[in-house]
Design a protein. Structure first.
Length: 159
């Protein structure tokens, strides 16, 4: 049975980030960093798969975190297609520490898109995500205070 409470469930679930990366190891490590920070990470191996996921679930993802270099398109082209869909999903790019060639051209062509430089850790990822989609959310009681569970043990007697 559905609850009559009008509060949307989005208030209680962490923001969902679609991680688009062709290399499995990089995609997995980025997803693990996101999960450790409290975000929900969903993987995509290329731009076409990411677009299919976004079409299937248009308002589910708050951010697309994509590598600039993908096998089927670059991160700038993916960002343009995400913005055309108009679901309000934000985009951030992942680039090598010193992007040169095509990566540098993509960054220069899209100055409004934030760029996360490799190698990155918890701090860099968190500092990128907070202004874009906010901190991870936690479910709290409606009173606004977290209730601590009691540490008192209860004895149960069996008769």
């Amino acid at each position: 049975m559905l609850s009559p409470d009008p509060l949307p469930l989005a208030l209680f679930r962490p923001p969902i980030v679609l991680v688009v990366e062709s290399r499995t190891a990089a995609r997995t490590s980025t997803s693990r960093l996101l999960a450790a920070l409290g975000y929900d990470a969903r993987p995509a191996r290329d731009g076409q798969q990411a677009l299919r996921i976004l079409l299937q679930y248009p308002s589910l993802h708050q951010l697309v975190l994509t590598n600039i270099v993908l096998p089927d398109m670059d991160g700038g082209q993916l960002a343009e297609r995400v913005h055309i869909q108009g679901a309000g999903t934000r985009v951030a790019l992942i680039a090598e520490y010193a992007p040169i060639g095509k990566a540098a051209a993509v960054i220069a062509a899209h100055p409004g898109i934030p760029v996360l430089r490799k190698p990155f850790g918890f701090r860099e990822l968190y500092e990128l995500l907070c202004p874009l989609i906010g901190p991870p959310k936690a479910a709290l009681p409606l009173s606004g205070r977290a209730i601590r569970p009691s540490r008192r043990r209860h004895r149960v007697s069996i008769q």
